[in-house]
Write a protein that binds this ligand. Sequence first.
Ligand code: TMP
Length: 216
Amino acid sequence: MKLKKKNGFFITFEGPDGGGKSTHIKLLAEFLKKKGYSVVLTREPGGTALGEDIRDVLLDPRIKNLSLWSELFLYLSCRSQILEEVIKPALRSQKIVLCDRFTDATVAYQGFGRKIDIDLIKNLNGLLVGEFKPDLTVLIDIEPETGLERSCVRGGKVDRIEKEKIAFHRRVRNGYLDLSKKESKRFLVVAGGDSLEKNKAIIQKGVLKRIKDVLG
Ligand code: TMP
């Protein structure tokens, strides 16, 4: 099913590591597909051939000397590529695009986490995306201690970012909460510590409402 609106509908999922956003974004994609929508599910960093290669570098825990600016510009390179190759074409075809992380992640991780000037990051994001913003951002909030423990329990390798000190992850979380307060209309904040079923229902309801509000 194509949307009536000209430009599709863009939903991003954000949050500290280990909150379960990758699980929830997949569940939402299935839910929306069952409702008959055309859905594109993608992720940052990644989502394109180039982006996935860059992702491997960015998350490789063996790489210990990636400079601040290399890291920032690699994330932005992925964004530029995914925008042109995946996101914009899908939205032009009136699809619902679900993206696991986007511009807010750079503000939270490189801005709040790495302490790069927030306005600089916003300007660089702006250079890539202009005024374009997600129609809805689902923030799965979780205390870093709980999130990182969960990531370990899930058996995944601890990646380069997850290996950062707890103080870094606390700044990231506060950054996300700050963003969600400043743009409370765009954000749907979900408590990642709550049950999967409860959060699944909250996300489904919130997304359908927002689609209705924006698209009528
Ligand atoms: P994830 O896809 O498993 O969430 O892993 C991506 C990691 O990259 C996560 O720790 C957040 C981080 N990240 C940034 O630091 N800056 C960014 O701009 C993006 C998109 C992700």
